[in-house]
Design a protein around this ligand. Structure first.
Ligand code: ZN
Ligand code: ZN
Length: 389
């Protein structure tokens, strides 16, 4: 018997507007776009932010020998959730078929999403005419409270509290439940309840964490977004298993998101900060939710033998310190063999002894854990870190 596994990929995690600031590269600068491959092979895309272009350039049509068919759920029409559409190359390929789902906006009326497409591609905003979009496109209107099935999966939409409206989606697959609740602000009793219904018992609960709790109470009140603290609160009340902090503020540097994540982990056990390229699998035997970070060290790698002392936090939340050898290093990061199992997305202090002009010198670096390979060597785990400032 094969175990049903669903795969959720994060192609864009930034809120409001894309960022290219080097201080934001680790979590990524593309705006919202997620892709869920359900156990039955159904491909569901959540939102069409600039991350959609990346997905399009690594496009693999869903298998099965039939017409490649994709379901695209759009939460709302703010730029950051639709801007990738004209740059999504599979839309220009005749054999592809896309089913779009979104709500009827009171500002646009009938066929809201279709109108968004046309407006985005109208002259002088975009040089390519709509007629070049050769893929089949079908548009379906969904309302808050509605449920429908795609393949073997059940999708429920619910209204969230956001200017001009926003839908949250709950996708129930045979491998587990994903709740996607970007762009929402707490404080409206009815919509707070609908957020909890979306998240109820979810294996993965993706929530807006754009602002700090302080901002949310003061300068950013009424802007339509939430915080890590609110996410942790809802995750606890709704008994969600894993919380993913999402829709990072364009002004939040990687260091700021690190600190948001650290605080959230003090409030709730299983938390990740969404990062571009992150893949979460659902339903794998043993650990129901597993996260994998992208391979970030593309620069020249050198095999090395540096004596090092490493301090960090284990998977179980305990501080540790150990002496080891750094075996592989690049300008961006290193591969370190450890007896302890550090926590994914946690920080390690790495002190290395490096030979210099004046004898052996000690070098202090801050590493951020992006990869853990437990099967590499008996009694040890191979830990991939990215160096941060
Ligand atoms: Zn947004
Ligand atoms: Zn929005």
């Amino acid at each position: 018997m094969t175990v049903p596994i669903a795969k959720l990929s994060f192609w864009g995690v930034r809120g409001s507007t894309p960022t290219v600031d080097p201080a934001t590269w680790r979590y990524g600068g593309n705006t919202p776009c997620l892709e869920l491959i359900a156990p039955d092979g159904t491909q569901i895309i959540l939102d069409c932010g600039t991350g959609l272009r990346m997905l399009g350039s690594r496009w693999a049509a869903p298998s099965g020998g039939k017409t490649p068919e994709t379901h695209i759920l759009v939460t709302h029409y703010h730029w950051d959730h639709i801007q990738g559409i004209p740059f999504f190359s599979p839309l220009y390929v005749e054999n592809n078929e896309f089913h779009f789902y979104s709500f009827r906006s009171k500002f646009l009326g009938r066929d809201s999403l279709k109108q968004v497409f046309e407006a985005q591609m109208a002259l002088p905003y975009f040089p390519v005419d709509m007629s070049a979009m050769n893929a089949k496109r079908k548009f379906k209107e969904v309302d808050g409270g509605e449920s429908f099935t795609v393949g073997e999966n059940n999708v429920t939409a619910r209204w969230l509290n956001h200017p001009q409206g926003c839908l949250g989606f709950r996708i129930e697959t045979p491998a587990g439940i994903v709740a996607y609740a970007t762009d929402n602000e707490p404080g409206d009793a009815k919509l707070d309840e609908s957020l909890r219904e979306l998240a109820a018992g979810a294996d993965i609960f993706i929530n807006d964490a754009q602002f700090t709790p302080e901002q949310l109470e003061t300068t950013r009140k009424g802007w339509g977004h939430s915080s890590w603290l609110e996410g942790a609160r809802v995750a606890r009340q709704a008994e969600a298993k894993t919380l993913v902090l999402f829709h990072h503020d364009p002004d939040s540097t990687d260091r700021m998101v690190d600190s948001i994540l650290r605080q959230a982990r003090e409030e709730f056990d299983s938390v990740f900060a969404a990062s571009e390229g992150m893949v979460v699998t659902l339903g794998a035997p043993g650990d129901r939710v597993q996260a994998h970070m992208p391979g970030t060290r593309t620069a020249l790698r050198r095999e090395a033998q540096f004596q090092a002392k490493v301090c960090g936090v284990t998977e179980g939340g305990k501080d540790f310190e150990e002496e080891t050898v750094v075996r592989d290093i690049s300008l961006q990061g290193a591969l370190i063999s450890l007896k302890h199992m550090p926590r994914l997305q946690s920080e390690l202090q790495v002190t290395m002894e490096a030979p210099g002009a004046d004898g052996v010198q000690s070098m202090n670096l801050r590493g951020y854990v992006v990869r853990i390979d437990a099967g590499a060597e008996k009694g040890h785990v191979a830990v991939g870190v990215v160096f941060t400032d």
